[in-house]
Ligand binder design. Structure first.
Ligand code: PMP
Length: 351
């Protein structure tokens, strides 16, 4: 604690992101990045933007990008919000939509940034336990609340809640915002964007960091009815008018327009996921059903922290969370077929 700090800083417990180590030849399967690069059209659009116009501020409303998202999802442009990574979009949602007397509800095993934003913005919350199979039980959320948030598929489990169950949650809490964080939806789920026109309490959040392979560009978005979008715009325009730079805006728009590349790379990741699951099961791992670009797996005879350390010695990086209920799991990002084989070979050596 420094005498210079605002008092609330003393109590902040910041989020700890996965490592980005500078080790050569690392098989990096720890932060759910896409093993394939961004669309060549996105790269070309970003490169074309890097010139004299950089002396000018970008469009504060990011119209070109919002229009591309609106085209892709066939929603009106005023249903779209964009921000500097979905982390920023989520932050604005916590700030602008979740500060209520009743607690925000989210799963006990979930994205570990949620409690951090609650701490930052003074949002009271209650964590609801996943069931024994690590699944969300919709009926547990049908209780008084000041909002609901969950990733779908969930992180770090990878488990998907079917769209009908999401819709039930929206019906059960018509007076609160239900935020579906769809960071990984393109790897096997059905987006709730199709429900936005029927449910004024639904906000869907997505990122270009995973399925569109633009983690380094920092672009996220939200889709909801204008009443919710206006809250996000008000918070954003009271914080930073220009969260997206010129290259990010055009690159993200081009990525949304390049459906063919997007679908082909997602299909490759999904096919690899199925072979990683089979490979892990052959080594004796229990693997939760995943609809994401990662799997969550535990071995009945091997300690997860020791496995993670053994993999690291072999230059394979995975994520391990020292957290109740999941301390024996490893979260493994799906890589290229070569990276996945390196992972399975290394695990075969350790066992
Ligand atoms: N939501 C979930 C569930 C995530 O796992 C992540 C990635 N850490 C994010 C949101 C944030 O992604 P980004 O800020 O890169 O858009």
């Amino acid at each position: 604690m420094s005498k210079f700090w605002s008092p609330f800083v003393k109590n902040l417990v910041p989020y700890v992101p996965g490592e980005q180590p500078k080790i050569a030849n690392l098989v990096k399967l720890n932060t759910n990045e896409n093993p394939y690069g961004p669309s060549p059209k996105a790269i070309a659009a970003m490169q074309a933007e890097l010139g004299d116009t950089l002396r000018l501020y970008p469009d504060p409303n990011c119209d070109v990008l919002k229009q591309a998202v609106a085209r892709y999802y066939d929603v009106p442009v005023n249903h779209v919000f964009v921000g500097n990574g979905s982390d920023e979009v989520l932050a604005h949602a916590f700030h602008g939509l979740f500060q209520h007397e009743a607690p925000l509800l989210f799963p006990d095993v979930s994205y570990s940034f949620y409690p951090v934003y609650c701490g930052l913005y003074g949002v009271s919350f209650e964590q609801i336990a996943l069931d024994e199979q690590f699944q969300i039980r919709v009926e547990d959320y049908a209780r008084p609340n000041g909002g609901i948030i969950f990733p779908n598929p969930n992180a770090p489990t990878g488990c998907l809640l079917p769209l009908a169950a999401v819709e039930q949650m929206l019906k059960d809490s018509p007076d609160s915002v239900v935020l579906v964080d769809e960071a990984y939806i393109d790897f096997g789920g059905e987006s709730a964007v199709s429900l936005v026109s029927q449910y004024p309490n639904l906000l869907v959040c997505q990122t270009l960091s995973k399925s569109r392979s633009l983690a380094g560009a920092r672009v996220g978005l939200a889709i909801g009815q204008p009443e919710l979008i206006e809250a996000l715009e008000r918070v954003k325009n009271s914080f930073n008018s220009y969260p997206l730079d010129r290259a990010a805006i055009v690159g993200a728009a081009a990525a949304f327009d390049d459906r063919e590349y997007f679908e082909a790379t997602c299909a490759k990741v999904i096919a690899s996921r199925e072979s990683v699951v089979a490979g892990l099961q052959a080594l004796g791992f229990e693997v939760l059903p995943s609809a994401a670009n990662f799997v969550f797996a535990r071995h009945p005879e091997h300690d997860a922290a020791e496995l993670a350390a053994g993999l690291r010695e072999r230059s394979v990086l995975v994520r391990h969370f020292k957290q109740a209920r999941i301390a024996q799991f490893l979260r493994i990002t799906i890589g290229t077929p070569e990276q996945n084989q390196a992972l399975l070979d290394a695990l075969g050596q350790i066992r």
